[in-house]
Write a protein that binds this ligand. Structure first.
Ligand code: FEO
Length: 389
């Protein structure tokens, strides 16, 4: 496949992975993903920015050969995770004179994880520059989006910014440039929810920094290249903003329909008051949709059946995901149904201990909801409506 030129001797040499169904063995991929790699042909030196996911190694090296990439002086690593560095051992074998350029944290990672010899690595600091002749690479150390080893690379004269995983999307494409579509925004949000949301404050910081830099294009490590950087920067600004939206997320698992009945009742009450709700069946619905809803939800109310005196394991798993994704949710509550008793609220709130959310009085009922249960649900709805107003 012939490399596509992005601008002025900067080429896309990444690959789509349309067949991949899940990322991190956690969130299903609706539309596959891409692993982006960039080739920068300077007048004196040639650099590759980020490499490739190992299962795509053969295709990647075939493309490099077909495009006659015989001389590589620098291999820039913006991050050490193996979807971008997995083929590095083979790449440095093929190019014995190439120098791997990265930050100190990433250097430690690739030495330990990929057994890259120390004498092949050059460490760069924040704002350090590397000349390729008529082009300069400038490195911006950006820990926290999403690993401590992350950095960005600015191709200065062309004003192209390689942002690594930051601002990416699990999205495949024929044209390498973003179509700025609803579909792309959806995939980018799903990606943000899983990968960047736990680092929301850092996202705010780097969005601001990149807006000040005003790159002509953003070249992420997954998904298409943004010719209109404002498209993705404005979306990130919205998703990472401190204020949650007027949305109640209701993840639930219901063994005999008792929990579902209560969740539906509460949802209807909230909708009547103008509050948007998302009911998420934890057992059968897509986990990625749950993650996306977490980006905006002001309140989460778990609906949970109890199994063997404890929360249903599917609910515990969802609560654990909520805890590690650490959304900006402000209020949380639980509606539970049990057969003979046990600890539901204590165990679930313990799992979600990262959350700063205020607990609204939970509701527990033996079996199905009774008249007083619906009264309590009315009170819960009233409390949520007040907090959302
Ligand atoms: Fe796409 Fe953090 O690797």
């Amino acid at each position: 496949m012939k490399f596509r030129e992005i601008k002025n001797n900067v080429f896309y040499c990444g690959l789509n992975d349309k067949e991949r169904k899940i990322f991190d063995e956690l969130i299903p991929l609706e539309q596959g993903t891409s692993y982006n790699s960039y080739l920068v042909n300077g007048s004196e030196k040639v650099a590759i920015i980020d490499t490739m996911y190992p299962p795509k190694a053969d295709e990647y090296f075939k493309n490099l050969d077909e495009n006659k990439v015989t001389k590589v002086d620098y291999i820039i690593l913006n991050h050490g995770e193996q979807d971008h560095t997995g083929v590095l051992p083979e790449l440095i074998k093929r190019h014995p004179d190439a120098v791997v350029v990265t930050n100190q944290f990433c250097k430690n990672n690739i030495m330990e994880m990929l057994f890259i010899p120390e004498d092949r690595i050059k460490v760069v600091r924040n704002d350090e520059k590397l000349s390729l002749g008529d082009k300069t690479l400038k490195f911006i150390i950006a820990p926290g989006v999403h690993w401590p080893d992350t950095m960005f690379t600015h191709i200065v004269e062309d004003n192209l910014l390689c942002t690594c995983d930051f601002l990416g999307a699990h999205y495949t494409f024929d044209d390498i440039f973003a179509d700025d579509s609803e579909n792309l925004a959806h995939c980018a949000k799903r990606y943000y929810a899983e990968i960047m949301m736990p680092f929301r404050k850092m996202c705010q910081k780097y969005v601001k920094q990149i807006k000040e830099l005003k790159p002509e294009m953003i070249l992420p490590s997954h998904g298409p290249i943004y010719k209109n950087p404002e498209f993705i920067l404005n979306l990130y600004e919205d998703w990472s903003a401190d204020n949650a939206k007027n949305l109640v997320l209701l993840p639930y698992v219901s063994m005999y329909g008792s929990v579902a009945e209560m969740v539906n009742y509460l949802s209807d009450k909230l909708n009547d008051a103008g509050i948007q709700t998302i009911k998420h069946d934890i057992v059968s619905d897509d986990l990625g949709d749950l993650a996306v809803a977490l980006v905006d939800a002001k309140t989460i109310v778990f609906g949970v059946s109890m199994v063997l005196c404890s929360p249903h394991p599917a609910a515990a798993n969802a609560a654990y995901l909520v805890n590690i994704l650490n959304p900006k949710t402000e209020y949380i509550s639980i509606i539970g149904s049990y057969g003979w008793g046990g600890d539901l609220v204590g165990k679930l709130t313990c799992i979600m201990s990262n959350l700063k959310a205020e607990l609204i009085e939970p509701i527990l009922v033996k079996g199905r909801a009774k008249t007083d249960t619906f009264q309590k649900l009315d009170e819960m709805a009233k409390a949520i409506i007040e907090k959302h107003s």
